[in-house]
Design a protein around this ligand. Structure first.
Ligand code: TA6
Length: 282
């Protein structure tokens, strides 16, 4: 364990690693869930949405930032929705500011509680690196047991936007997706995705990069080894059912998630997998 003095702090009243790169970029990662909840690129403003009504504490799922989804996506299996990694306390392995970046590595390994839900030995490592206008979030999964296992995973990124109805997400036009709101596969021929109602889509084998235009702000969204992309906004009625969102909060975010859903990864004993989402602010 190597934690530079002063980086272990609190954020929103919760134990967190608070990173600051020499160029002024900053980020905060909660130990709970290994959840990145703030990213401010150098010279810019906050790029992640975190609900003011988010719930914290043992077992909670924090609404906002980048929840780590593992080993199950949504209700596509017998486990609690979106698995358990986001609900567990993680350990800090490393936190430091370098010459031109800042980096945190957090880890989650199996314990009695995870094995009661999912009978496998694993080690997850989340690496968050900030530098200038760029954020890299990398999730690594190791099989530390004697038997193979399969898993799904996602970085459920809540991107902060000024007004969701005004944003345009480019790169997915003409691609086939599973529309969770309609329960069927569809294609949308619009060159850029806009949000005027509930959106809950999984694009399998999605292209990368995507670009989010939010007024004058731009965000490039890249992913590596996460073949699928999820786009989610609950809109008014669904968000009214979510006690951890204020009534107009759905206007303040769009989730664009790097995901591994359609073809779950299989890891032999001793095997490793990793996937990364990169955001570049403009
Ligand atoms: O990623 C989209 C999704 O799977 C939606 O179906 C939606 O309900 C959302 O995740 C949030 O899930 P949560 O359990 O955090 O309320």
């Amino acid at each position: 364990m190597s934690i530079e003095a002063g980086l272990l702090q609190t954020y929103a009243g919760q134990p967190a690693v608070v990173l600051r790169a020499p160029d002024g970029a900053s980020a905060a990662v909660l130990l709970h869930g290994g959840q990145l909840v703030s990213w401010i690129p150098a010279g810019g403003g906050e790029r992640l949405f975190l609900s003011e009504r988010a719930r914290y504490g043992a077992g909670a799922s924090v609404r906002g930032g980048v929840p780590v989804i593992f080993p199950q996506f949504n209700e596509r299996g017998p486990l609690p929705r979106h698995g358990f990694a986001r609900n567990r306390p993680w350990q800090v392995v490393r936190a430091e500011a370098g010459v031109d970046d800042a980096l945190a590595v957090l880890q989650l390994v199996d314990d009695e509680a995870t094995r009661a839900l999912w009978p496998h030995s694993f080690a997850l490592e989340l690496t968050v690196c900030i530098r200038g206008d760029r954020l890299d979030v990398e999730l690594a999964v190791g099989n530390s047991g004697a038997e193979a296992f399969a898993f799904m995973a996602a970085l459920h990124t809540y991107l902060r936007v000024a007004e969701v109805e005004a944003v345009r997400l480019s790169g997915l036009g003409g691609r086939r997706f599973e529309d969770f709101t309609a329960g069927r596969l569809r294609t949308d021929d619009e060159p850029a995705l806009s949000v005027e109602a509930e959106v809950d889509r999984i694009y399998f084998n999605a292209p990368s990069p995507l670009e989010l235009a939010d007024g004058p702000r731009r965000l490039l969204i890249e992913s590596v080894n996460f073949p699928d992309t999820v786009v989610w906004n609950p809109w008014q009625e669904k968000s009214a059912e979510l006690a951890d969102l204020a009534p107009s909060d759905f206007r303040r975010f769009l989730c664009v998630e790097a995901a591994l859903i359609g073809a779950p990864a299989s890891l032999e004993a001793g095997g490793h997998w990793w996937g990364r989402q990169t955001l570049i602010a403009g």
